[in-house]
Design a protein around this ligand. Structure first.
Ligand SMILES: [Fe+2]
Length: 379
């Protein structure tokens, strides 16, 4: 019997070296003449904004820059962003940065165009009936996938939890994906964000609602990461490897948009909200233990992933991942507090990402995984 499949293929994509220099021309063709740029201070310091500003000036596009976004964006920054957008009244928002910047810009655009909604009042998948404000995404890391997804992850410090909002009303209009924008990314962020891309692809591949077509794309994305991450961590100037990593990030983003993620994201979001560590790093630390946990539910698929690694024939996938980490120099230790584990585990089991995990997560098992993946301290 044929499979019944619905693909999500938004947004439009412009991919290639130097494409960000065309941004002013793209806006001019769309008859837009006022852009508000969302970014962070690190991006400005790295000098990667210059070519975009030049292109906007050459095409007589007025613009302003809002650079206050930080890692794991809080609800409060969305409020500030909306205020800035109301003051400037742009035709379009351009988000230039990693996942935090892109997620913030997408959320700001959504609430700006739906002013009657309470901030994070409704979460999860938002159904129709909302208006949409155009956003162009330009990723400066290869990992988030946020440049192509219709989801935004925001930290609500009152819970505390990272909450997701998603739907066609959040999806960007266009993603301009240019590998030259990632050349200045530090080895540490290259590593952590690259692992995020790998895990997006892996969790989509193992998703309980995946299909043959998404699997092909997800597998290709994993292959690109396994073959190129070590190269870009050791030599960030390798443009061809940077291009493959950015392609992996985009393809993995497309895959997760279609079939969801799994327990790695379900568990890491809680630790991110409690302790404000980097999302990609937390995912990487959880991954081998969740692979072991999920193995009985998807042995064949995990063995297929293992074939991507040099050691794949004589080790299991979790061991291959640990060896991959050794070669990449990924050995960071994260502390969590014992008293936080019950609450984080409960939220992880209920998290939207855990719903498509190949094995239904049990509360006690999730607590044990937190104990194994992180260093637990008593307070
Ligand atoms: Fe992620």
């Amino acid at each position: 019997m044929q499979q019944e499949i619905n693909f999500i293929t938004r947004p439009g994509i412009i991919f290639g070296k130097g494409e960000t220099s065309e941004i002013g021309c793209i806006l001019k063709n769309k008859k837009m003449n006022k852009a508000l740029i969302y970014t962070d201070k690190g991006i400005i310091k790295a000098g990667v904004l210059e070519r975009i500003e030049n292109s906007l000036r050459e095409n007589k596009i007025k613009y302003k820059i809002f650079a206050e976004i930080e890692t794991n964006p809080l609800k409060s920054i969305i409020r500030k962003g909306i205020k800035k957008t109301i003051e400037f009244e742009p035709d379009i928002i351009i988000a230039i940065g990693g996942g935090s910047v892109l997620d913030t810009a997408k959320a700001v655009a959504f609430y700006y165009s739906n002013p009657d909604l309470a901030l994070l009042g409704e979460t999860g998948e938002l159904k129709g009936g909302y208006s949409k404000f155009p956003v162009i995404t330009i990723p400066t890391t290869a990992g988030t996938g946020s440049e192509v997804t219709s989801w935004s992850v925001i930290t609500d410090p009152d819970i505390p939890e990272k909450v997701s909002i998603g739907g066609t009303c959040i999806a960007p209009e266009l993603a301009v994906i240019d590998p030259e924008m990632t050349l200045t990314l530090s080895p540490k962020l290259t590593l952590w964000t690259g692992m995020d891309a790998f895990i997006h692809a892996l969790e989509a591949y193992l998703s309980s609602i995946s299909n043959d077509y998404v699997n092909k794309i997800a597998y290709l994305a994993m292959e690109y990461v396994v073959n190129n991450l070590e190269i870009v961590v050791k030599d960030g100037s390798n443009l061809l490897a940077r291009e493959k990593m950015l392609l992996a990030s985009y393809l993995a983003g497309w895959a997760m948009e279609n079939v969801g993620l799994g327990l790695v994201h379900g568990m890491s979001h809680q630790v991110g909200a409690y302790y404000n560590h980097h999302h990609g790093l937390l995912n990487a630390l959880l991954l081998p233990y969740i692979i072991e946990y999920n193995y009985p539910a998807c042995e064949k698929k995990m063995d297929d992933i293992n074939k991507l690694f040099k050691t794949g024939n004589n080790k299991d996938l979790a061991e291959s991942i640990f060896e991959f980490y050794d070669n990449l120099g990924l050995n960071t230790e994260i502390l969590i507090e014992r008293r936080d584990i019950p609450c984080m585990a409960k939220m992880a089991v209920e998290n939207v990402n855990s719903k498509t995990n190949p094995r239904k997560p049990e509360l006690e098992d999730v607590k044990k995984i937190y104990h194994r993946a992180f260093k637990v301290k008593d307070t």
